[in-house]
Design a protein around this ligand. Structure first.
Ligand SMILES: [Zn+2]
Length: 315
């Protein structure tokens, strides 16, 4: 019971605090890849700890780690042990029902969303295959005077670009745009964005899941910009972004392109493109964003428990 309370509080804390803490960091010099890892860690943490709380409640005896947690939150544990068994059983049944409802909803909405997305992208792939005048190194070229490029998920994914890209941009600017789109494909950004969209549809009232799609879409753009800047230069990516953002061509649904949040992206390129992070920093950001709220919940409960014990002892 005590462990379940800690896990549930941790999940609630992640869901409420993560969007408020991570959102404003997008415009700072913190590398976008690290921020993206922190968002994904928060999402994984909220799901994992929320589900673990229900499993712990339903555990027949002391769940693993329950004894260690009870040692930290002694007074509260004594209260929970004194509770009638039917209270714990009712809480476990309610939690299991909520978890089952969320899982079923996620499966139904996920399948519907994925089916629709696959149908749309298959149709798009067929049309582009017909109208493209050439295919070169995973890029399908369309005869259109306006500059535009976007990436399409799939196995394999591919990049669509217009001849306007070569006509309106210099060779290095064109390479920067293509490097940006290839970074989306290499980083599985389409899958990350789709997963966030599905979770937002399943749990729209949870602040973390509601805020994640917009924040993550921006961060994958910033991350792809960093890759493009390393492949060419910051100045080249900035000038390419400026030219392509002026294009009036609409970007097809379900694809990742190049033309949103331009002012933020230009700012971010200037302040953080040189920052190279070892892979361990991404893992650390994800692990901290998962673990910190649960640790905070444990410390908060221990402090509250100790205060209650002291008050009761003095009374
Ligand atoms: Zn992009």
């Amino acid at each position: 019971m005590t462990l379940a309370l800690v896990l549930l509080l941790g999940a609630a804390l992640i869901s409420m605090a993560a969007p408020r803490m991570l959102g404003p960091l997008a415009a700072t010099s913190v590398p976008p890849g690290v921020l993206l890892a922190a968002w994904l860690g928060s999402i994984a943490g909220a799901l994992f700890f929320g589900a673990s709380a229900v499993v712990t409640l339903a555990w027949p005896d002391h769940a693993p780690a329950e004894t260690a947690v009870e040692a930290v939150v002694r007074c509260l544990s004594a209260v929970s042990h004194a509770m009638q068994p039917w209270i714990t059983e009712t809480l476990a049944a309610t939690g299991a029902l909520a978890l089952l409802t969320i899982t079923v909803r996620a499966v139904i909405l996920g399948r519907r969303y994925t089916r629709e997305q696959t149908r749309l992208l298959d149709y798009h792939r067929d049309v582009v295959s017909i109208v493209a005048h050439s295919r070169d190194d995973g890029v399908m070229w369309l005869a259109h005077p306006m500059p535009m490029a976007y990436s399409v998920a799939g196995r394999p994914g591919f990049v669509v670009a217009t001849d306007g890209l070569s006509q309106c941009l210099s060779g290095s600017e064109r390479d920067a745009v293509l490097a940006h789109e290839r970074a989306h494909l290499r980083g599985s950004h389409h899958l990350i964005v789709t997963t966030c969209d599905i979770l937002a549809a399943v749990l729209p009232a949870v602040p973390l899941f509601a805020a994640a799609p917009a924040a993550v879409k921006t961060l994958v753009e910033l991350t792809a910009d960093q890759h493009a800047a390393r492949a060419t230069s910051t100045a080249t990516v900035c000038s390419a972004l400026t030219v392509v953002s002026a294009s009036t061509l609409p970007q097809p649904a379900g694809t990742l392109g190049l033309s949103n949040e331009i002012s933020l992206r230009l700012l971010k390129l200037r302040v953080s493109w040189r920052t190279r992070c070892p892979k361990v920093s991404y893992a650390t950001a994800a692990a901290l964003s998962m673990a910190m709220p649960v640790a905070t919940a444990l410390v908060g409960l221990a402090a509250t428990s100790a205060a209650v014990c002291l008050t009761l002892a003095q009374a």
